[in-house]
Unconditional design. Sequence first.
Length: 299
Amino acid sequence: MEQLEILKRKMESARELRSLVKTMKVLAAVSIREYGQAVESLVEYNRAIEMGLQIVMRNRPGEIATGKEIKKNRFGAVIFGSEQGLCGRFNEQIAQYAIERMDELKVRQEDRTILALGERVIARLEEAGQKVEERFSFFGNHSGITAVMQQVLVKIEEWRLERGIEQIVLFYNRPVSGAAFSPNMLYLLPLDMEWLLGLEKKEWPSRTLPTFTMDWDELFSSLVRHYLFFSLYRAFVESLASENASRLSAMQVAEKNIDERLNELSTQFHGQRQSRITEELLDIITGFEALTGEKSREG
């Protein structure tokens, strides 16, 4: 009887865990859709920025100054991870990818300035021997994204002005299809001059070209700030979408394992109960036979 009670408690615990896993699956699926819609809206925002830069570049006053020579030994990296767990190899994958790419770029450890978002990825980076200089915690909601992004932008500006770090790269996971994602590297700064010059030569979608009266330098700087904002915000949103995709996949595997365990426990429970019933029936039959035997001897 004691064994049956133990099995019953295990089955109840497994059912409770399965209910929790299903809830997390639903939340992850809803979040994936939410962040997917945010990415779609960002596409239109980026299109407006590019069209603005296209007009500005068509009217640029001479050659754009490329600025001082970039010191390649000064390298800043922003690595996006997760604040919460239960998301498979999400953090391990982006941490490993970032370190491998920096090694491929021949950036020495002492020349790397790392800013990491999410306690989980920070732990993975430090386990791999990568020093993390700046760290931020954030949670998967729009208000949390905006607040942390402002802090990151301030820190990037400090890097540029106070430490002369001109190369700034984003490492983050981005959705591919369904619950799949892949690591991605994006150069945030310096701006890609080939891309800017390509916008200048790009055909305008209508016959009428817009004009502007604002000072060229101010307008160009404003559009560039919008572009940097877009790039950083997209990295946040796509990283969060990938995190939830990884969590959804992990929960699907967990649910399958729980169902298999429940089947095993159910089989054991029914087997134990059947054995107990059989034993009780045998005891009754044995007792009955013993009683009938005594009565026949007495007769």
